[in-house]
Design a binder for this molecule. Structure first.
Ligand code: NAD
Ligand code: UDP
Ligand code: UDP
Length: 309
């Protein structure tokens, strides 16, 4: 089958390209490199792989039949989408509209990469897919959260009104090799600080929680969802929840670092808790994460060590 991966030169997209090629598919990776890098796909030698530098906020036509569209293009880390607010809104809105138009034209199945951020600063924990969320539309994170909420809405509208075959995955914090060292997310920040014996920057008092999913588990979940017949949103993430302070201590221990913890201001609207309820993924996909935090972090630390050298 022929699959498009938008955002395929990014962190998750590049791992998804690897998985699709391993499963025997032809892959067209489309990316404008706004936050991605071709070095994430430079290891791919397959003649079933094509890379196209393109901005999906512009229409895109293909002569050949496309079977699957994995729509992952979007800035994803808070510092990226705060620096790129308009591009983030455009790719969520116009990019998703174009990819749905392409899916409709081609009779392709489209999977939208949505996010746990649609739940905003959640008032229930863990978050089930039936929770509607608590998002500040005009806060700094609103550009990302509302773009993804709009993307979900237009995806469901194309499903209902145009009969386009669609899937929606709500991705929770994921980490692993090929994250950008400077992307500002907590995993690359803490690991790189620890490896350089610099202070670990905990924002707020570190009592806010997150649940970290290793990338191989995540892309396996995305693939299973695409191959399923389930069109409602599905949470994919690791339900093992910890505070950011505990996470800092874990990173210091795993890297055997001399770093000390320092405290900085908590960003505006930073969610206080986050943990996926993955009952739906277990039930409809038979999916659950397999890689525990220690194993995943060790692999990620190895990656960042090789990047520093
Ligand atoms: P990333 O920044 O590494 O990858 C995103 C890719 O999209 C980049 O390569 C970027 O250049 C590309 N892109 C952005 N705008 C584009 C456009 N207009 N046209 C073409 N390409 C464009 O981020 P990631 O962590 O790999 O995230 C991938 C997807 O998963 C995003 O949609 C993100 O919202 C979603 N997601 C990720 C996480 C996570 O923890 N990593 C959590 C929730 C949701
Ligand atoms: N589109 C695209 N490739 C295609 C078909 C459509 O990029 O092969 C884009 C194009 O920008 C179009 C949008 O998707 O405007 C939505 O297409 P659709 O046919 O659903 O809607 P309409 O153009 O009627 O709004
Ligand atoms: N965080 C932190 N120090 C950092 C980077 C992030 O304490 O150097 C915190 C951030 O405030 C948030 C959590 O770690 O509470 C996860 O942040 P990240 O940017 O990775 O993703 P988010 O889940 O907020 O989208």
């Amino acid at each position: 089958m022929k699959a498009i991966v938008t955002g395929g030169a990014g962190f998750l997209g590049s791992h998804l390209c690897d998985l699709l090629l391993k499963e025997g598919h032809e892959v067209i990776c489309i990316d404008n490199l706004i936050t991605g890098n071709t070095k994430n796909i430079s290891h791919i030698k397959s003649d079933k792989f094509t890379y196209l530098k393109y901005d999906v906020t512009k229409p895109l036509y293909f002569g050949d039949k496309i079977d699957y569209i994995f729509h992952l293009a979007s800035p994803a880390s808070p510092i990226d989408y705060l620096e790129l607010p308009i591009q983030t809104l455009k790719v969520g809105a116009l990019g998703t509209y174009n990819m749905l138009g392409l899916a409709k034209e081609q009779g392709a199945r489209l999977l939208l990469a949505s996010t746990s951020e649609v739940y905003g600063d959640p008032l229930v924990n863990p978050q089930t897919e039936t929770y509607w969320g608590n998002v500040n539309p005009i806060g700094p994170r609103g550009v990302y959260d509302e773009a993804k909420r709009y993307a979900e809405a237009i995806t469901m509208a194309y499903h209902t009104h145009h009969g386009v075959d669609t899937r929606i995955v709500r991705i929770f914090n994921t980490y692993g090799p090929r994250m950008r060292a400077g992307d500002g997310r907590v995993v690359p920040n803490f690991i790189n600080q620890a490896l350089k014996n610099e202070d670990i920057t905990v924002y707020g008092n570190g009592s806010q929680t997150r649940s970290f999913c290793y990338v191989s588990d995540l892309v396996r979940g995305i693939y299973k969802l695409m191959m399923s017949d389930f069109y409602e949103p599905v949470n994919i993430g690791n339900p093992s929840e910890m505070s950011i302070l505990e996470f800092a201590e874990t990173v210091i221990k795993i890297t055997n670092s001399d770093s000390k913890i320092t405290y900085k201001d908590l960003p505006v609207d930073d969610p206080k808790v986050r943990r996926p309820d993955i009952s739906r993924a277990k039930e409809v996909l038979g999916w659950e994460p397999e890689v525990d935090l220690r194993e995943g972090l060790e692999k990620t630390v190895q990656y960042f060590k090789s990047e520093i050298c």
